[in-house]
Design a protein around this ligand. Structure first.
Ligand code: SF4
Length: 706
């Protein structure tokens, strides 16, 4: 007999609800959940084919260990595996201290999984070396919100897209990366012929195709554009002076800076016409309801935090925030990057939007967890963590549900770090990722359709996700693996792991996390699994006594800062970490494709997705191709000092001379050459520590086949 179970899509941060159809213990179908507020039954090509990805041949079914790097793995038992891991971690901690171990986790995990990983590192072991692949996609959004609005809270809802009069998409391509959000944009256009859509993107992306104004700025000139728009808003009297005076601070200092960002000066920096900057600013300032959407194009930059602040300034200056159809709306990449942010799943954060650097916050979390203290030494963020692994400062790493050997920039250095590490544990659903080759211990984890817990999407909406089928073989839930390991490690370290990790199920972890939010900006003390099942997915905050979650933040103009006012930050345009030169003259951009997700562990197994574009193609401008004697279809070597990737090249419209574009999905799992991260830049933003994955200077040469 067939049944349907409510869940969510496990790909992007839109967080679409799905109904998983099962027959016995098999997933046999999937459809959009018509009752889920994020998508109302709609799914994109990836979500609609999820059932075809349910159990690929390379699922990891049993714990496996490797006696030596380079050798094959052999099956072991859970007891042997977790005892070995606990003994290795305990020995390392005893000999070298708590900061000699690290945890690198994932925005694909459930909130409950994230919570126990953080408690394990920061509460039981006493290290803040726990970071996540979400560092690669949204840590600049976190830092940008905190610098300007006080806390990490996207103020908008998807419904706001439908009410906007101007939609400003900057550094994002929702047509392929967030397809159901883009359906909202298309619906808004259909309902309002006067709607203006502005897209700022160095490439004429799929999203730019429906724009009324496309601003093909030079890569890395976002702040110049935003400051230039603010200059026009001030010059043309489009600033809401009353809102600025009553609800913000720091405007005058920024206004002084942007005096120099005339449209003409900015046109020179950004490489676009001055009148387009004026047009964009006027549409924005005169709209009465402007909504900005942004993602990796702003975040993945050494100026990512200030890119975010720059776009938020436009809303603060015009008072277009906390109103219907208005506000700065960062889109999250992964399905539960937001849940990770809620539980403090970054090396500088603590539960419920608390800061590690704040002594009171550390004391609050220590009291909640029942531990003497939370260490004050900042943990290593993703890039620094693997550098420390390479240098030997970190000896043992536990990686969960992510594939750093492919997804981190400067891939050769990351692989050397993994090779150098004394001990690598990989907790994964798949046995064949690039990272698996470096694992001393492989622990099989449950995957989509099997997991149970909560996830939060881009609009702060929490969904209770149910297991539809059991995990295959001996695979276990991520939280369950962590809890079992924590108890064993606690025994060896003389810490009461049983007391700190008493959980029998995901719900008991959720309930503890819920309590940690009491009185905080993201208070969810009104929620429970039963409530979410009965009332449906809810946005935070949703405190005790609330009848529903809150769709729009800052409607009263009061911000969660010490004085209740939002802050303008004195941001200036600065160069990217790498600029093209004679040796590496091409500016390489990277991005996503509609039918693939991350490293393609799932989408690469679905013929109807994979066959639409079965290899990564480098897109180039025809002049750059002619200059190198290239024709579409030729193989080219993309190189810089960090590495090389060999791919096919094609002339594709939408790129300016001197720029090239390559998709980010491919690794050696699906081709015999490293992907774009072989050459991608690992320089980081000073505030968010997010690497500049979007800009690298490269040379491109023809590969002459024998
Ligand atoms: Fe899944 Fe995102 Fe597509 Fe929705 S838009 S179905 S969450 S990939």
């Amino acid at each position: 007999m067939k049944t349907e179970v409510k869940s969510t899509c496990c790909y992007c941060g839109v967080g679409c609800g799905v109904l998983i159809e099962t027959e016995g213990e098999r997933i046999v179908g999937v459809r959009g959940d018509p009752e889920h507020p994020a998508n109302r039954g709609r799914l994109c090509t990836k979500g609609a084919t999820l059932n075809l990805t349910a159990n690929p041949s390379y699922r990891l079914h049993y714990p496996e260990r490797r006696a030596q790097r380079g050798e094959s793995t052999v099956r072991t038992t859970w007891d042997q595996a977790l005892d070995e891991a606990a003994e290795r971690f305990a020995a390392t901690i005893r000999q070298h201290g708590p900061d000699s171990v690290a945890f690198y986790i994932s925005g694909q995990l459930m909130t409950e999984d994230y919570y126990v990983f953080n408690k394990l590192a920061k509460g039981l072991i006493g290290t803040n070396n726990v970071d996540t692949n979400s560092r690669l996609c949204m840590s600049s959004a976190v830092a940008g919100y905190k610098q300007t609005l006080g806390v990490d809270a996207p103020p908008c809802s998807y419904e706001d897209i439908l009410q906007a009069k101007v939609i400003f998409i900057a550094g994002a391509n929702p047509a392929v990366a967030h397809p159901i959000v883009f359906r909202y944009v298309e619906d808004a256009r259909a309902a309002n012929p006067d709607l203006k859509i502005i897209v700022a993107d160095p490439r004429r992306s799929e999203s730019a195709e429906i724009a009324d104004l496309h601003l093909p700025i030079k890569p890395g000139t976002d702040i110049a554009l935003f400051n230039g728009m603010l200059h026009v808003l001030i010059r043309d009297g489009l600033v809401d002076d009353d809102y600025v005076a009553r609800h913000t601070t720091g405007f005058d200092a920024l206004a002084e800076i942007v005096r120099r960002y005339t449209p003409e000066a900015v046109a020179e920096v950004c490489g676009i016409p001055a009148q387009d900057i004026v047009q964009a600013a006027r549409w924005f300032g005169q709209s009465g309801a402007a909504l900005s959407m942004y993602c990796q194009g702003l975040n993945q930059s050494v100026h990512g935090t200030h890119n975010n602040a720059g776009i938020i300034h436009l809303h603060l200056a015009t008072g277009l925030i906390g109103k219907p159809g208005a506000g700065p709306f960062s889109l999250t990449g992964q399905p539960n990057a937001m849940g990770g942010r809620e539980v403090g799943g970054l090396s500088n954060l603590l539960s419920a939007h608390r800061d590690l650097a704040n002594p009171q916050h550390r004391a609050e979390v220590a009291a909640l967890w029942g531990v003497p203290s939370v260490p004050d030494k900042p943990g290593k963020s993703a890039i620094d963590m693997f550098a420390a692994l390479k240098s030997g400062e970190i000896k043992a790493v536990w990686i969960a549900c992510t594939n750093p050997a492919q997804s981190l920039p400067n891939q050769a250095a990351v692989r050397e770090a993994l090779q150098t590490a004394e001990y690598v544990v990989l907790q994964e659903a798949y046995a064949n990722t690039d990272t698996a080759a470096y694992a001393d211990l492989l622990l099989p984890a449950s995957g989509w359709g099997e997991k149970h817990g909560t996830v939060t999407n881009s609009e702060r909406r929490i969904t209770h996700v149910n297991s539809a089928v059991p995990a295959p073989g001996e695979a276990r839930h991520d939280w369950d693996i962590v809890v079992d390991f924590a108890r064993r490690l606690g025994r060896l370290l003389g810490t009461d792991g049983e007391r700190l990790f008493p959980y029998a199920d995901a719900e008991s972890i959720f309930n503890e996390h819920r309590e940690s939010t009491r009185g905080r900006d993201l208070d969810i003390t009104g929620l429970s699994y039963a409530w979410l099942d009965a009332a449906g997915p809810q946005q935070w905050p949703c405190p005790q006594g609330a009848i529903s979650g809150k769709g729009r933040l800052y409607e009263d103009g009061v911000f969660p800062t010490a004085d209740g006012k939002a802050r303008f930050v004195p941001v200036k345009h600065l160069a990217t970490a790498e600029t093209p030169d004679a040796e590496y003259p091409i500016s390489l951009l990277s991005g996503r494709m509609r039918d693939h997700w991350h490293g393609m562990s799932r989408t690469g197994t679905v013929p109807r997705l994979f066959n639409l574009e079965d290899e990564p193609v480098l897109a180039m401008h025809p002049c750059d191709m002619r200059h190198r004697g290239l024709s579409s279809g030729d193989l080219v070597r993309v190189t810089n000092a960090r590495g090389a990737s060999i791919v096919r090249v094609e002339e594709r419209p939408g790129l300016k001379k001197g720029r090239a574009w390559m998709p980010m999905h491919w690794g050696s799992q699906f081709m015999n050459t490293p992907g774009v991260n072989a050459v991608a830049c690992d320089a980081t933003d000073p505030y968010s520590k997010q690497p500049e994955l979007k800009h690298a200077a490269v040379q491109i040469e023809k590969v002459d086949l024998p």
